[in-house]
Design a protein around this ligand. Structure first.
Ligand SMILES: Nc1ncnc2c1ncn2[C@@H]1O[C@H](COP(=O)(O)OP(=O)(O)OP(=O)(O)O)[C@@H](O)[C@H]1O
Ligand SMILES: [Mg+2]
Length: 464
């Protein structure tokens, strides 16, 4: 006889497994056993209701495989149900099907129009636009007796933050939405006893996050992505227990032995930003100098032709007391290598002896790096300082606000050129928060939202 033993759910997971609303959202924090609950619900329904069609959706195929396909293959093997890799489907002997689908682009959406399913499970729904949710909701049909439901999991943040918050947290329904259709189950990492027992240090990792993300991912707060993006940047020194906490400091001559760097962001007919940095042996950044202006032709006002930027950069590096005689490593926006408009910006720079390495322009990890560096340690020391002469940094960084559609990102219609340039530099020398307190090798990293392609489920015990 074939038996399948499923580990006991947590109390919150049990609430999801027994909820019969049309739209059930689960989560609101990280690590609360969301993905486990979704796929387990899928398996239970598939076994209990012959012929039911279930779709499990994630943004990318890599995440789908790591969070659902691989763990389910470990759980079900090919004895309980048969997996077809080409179709990305599990078929059960009773005719039930679990389909694994991803939706990364508009083109992917087109593929699912006209698809039918009885149960749709959208993992990390806050990573999707509302139109993706609506499109999948339209797939919820079938002439049969099976329930028609959508289960969603979510964390605050991401481009779907707004619609998930409206429907499940604020419950601000529109006329055509029935409030009785919606249910929200809040689960925190502490609710996931399996994870707490296996790796209690996850909480420490969440506690070490920049305060806004910590409030969102550990405490499940939904209203923190409002206002200033870098609220952790302190331009005005604050006093606490006889210590002054600040990122902005009086200039001093950095030691000759400290390495020097240059970061650069460029835009056509937009501001450009050059930052120079000294880095001490503890990998603390000091922004020692900057050059900020607007590109374009001089007859459009005070604008810098590209050649003039690098002529000035070269002169500064030869003459400035903090820089002269140093080898300076440059990092820049990868788009400066674009030669589609003629000679690339990088080649123009090279004519003046100014060289760059291609920066890593992943946005969210880049902002995280800046947040990590702004954090003060227990003695009040951050990992990044700014000389008070760097006026473009001090003026523009505090003005940036969250993007309405993607609250973990900033609103790019603002003056974000210094922020971009700093982000490329931070990504070239990344840090992890409070490195020394954390254990280096982790089997499961609940914070790995953006490079989430390792199986999360090495700890689960499945007995067949
Ligand atoms: N009831 C359970 N029994 C055994 N293991 C479980 C249970 N619930 C969750 N786990 C395990 O705990 C770990 C984290 O769970 P899961 O991946 O579902 O969390 P999550 O909320 O989706 O996390 P994230 O926010 O990072 O996406 C996984 O290894 C998962 O298999
Ligand atoms: Mg998950």
């Amino acid at each position: 006889m074939r038996t399948l033993e499923i580990p006991a759910p947590s109390e919150k997971q049990r609430m999801l497994l027994t909820d019969t609303h049309k739209y059930v959202a689960y989560g609101g924090a990280r690590g609360g056993g969301k993905s486990w609950a979704l796929r387990t619900k899928g398996v239970i329904l598939a076994l209990a209701r012959a012929g039911i069609i279930i779709m499990i959706i994630r943004k990318t195929y890599a995440e789908l495989r790591a969070n659902h396909i691989d763990p389910l293959r470990a759980m079900l093997g090919n004895r309980i149900a048969k997996y077809n890799d080409a179709r990305k489907e599990y078929t059960f002997p009773n005719g039930s099907v679990i389909k694994f689908r991803y939706c990364e682009t508009e083109r992917d959406m087109g593929r699912y129009q006209g698809t039918e399913a009885d149960i749709i499970c959208i993992d990390e729904a806050t990573q999707f636009d509302e139109n993706v949710f609506r499109m999948f909701a339209a797939c919820l049909r079938g002439v049969n007796e099976h329930p028609k439901r959508i289960y969603l999991t979510c964390n605050p943040g991401g481009k779907g933050h707004g619609w998930v918050k409206r429907l499940f947290i604020d419950k601000a329904f529109k006329e055509d939405e029935n409030p009785n259709d919606y249910s929200f189950i809040q689960a925190f990492v502490q609710d996931n006893h399996a994870l707490m027992a296996a790796q209690p240090e996850y909480i420490k990792q969440l506690e070490a996050l920049p305060h806004k993300l910590r409030d969102a991912w550990l405490y499940g707060k939904w209203d923190i992505f409002e206002g200033q993006f870098f609220s952790d940047f302190t331009d005005k020194p604050s006093q606490y227990k006889e210590r002054t906490f600040t990122h902005v400091i009086e200039p001093f001559a950095p030691k000759k032995t400290w390495r020097r760097f240059r970061s650069f962001d460029f835009g056509y007919n937009k501001p450009f930003s050059v930052g120079w940095w000294a880095v001490d042996p503890d990998n603390v950044f000091y922004r020692i100098l900057e050059l900020y202006g607007c590109t374009g032709t001089p007859d459009e006002g005070v604008r810098w032709p590209v050649e003039q930027i690098f002529d000035r950069v070269a002169r500064i590096e030869q003459e400035h007391e903090y820089l002269k005689g140093h080898h300076i490593t440059g990092v820049a926006d990868p788009s400066i290598w674009d030669a589609s408009r003629g000679i690339s910006i990088a080649d123009t720079a090279a004519k003046y002896g100014i060289y760059f390495e291609k920066g890593d322009n992943k946005r969210l990890p880049g902002w995280m790096q800046m947040h990590y560096r702004f954090m003060f340690d227990e003695n009040g020391y951050p990992m990044m300082y700014v000389f008070n002469t760097c006026s473009a940094f001090i003026r523009t960084i505090p003005l940036l606000t969250h993007d309405d559609l993607d609250p973990e990102d900033l609103d790019t219609t603002q003056e974000d050129h210094v922020a971009d340039e700093v982000r490329y530099f931070c990504m070239s020398r990344p840090v992890t928060p409070r490195e020394s307190e954390l254990q280096p090798a982790r089997k499961y990293n609940p914070l790995d939202l953006w490079q989430d392609d390792n199986s999360n489920d090495k700890n689960a015990i499945y007995r067949l």
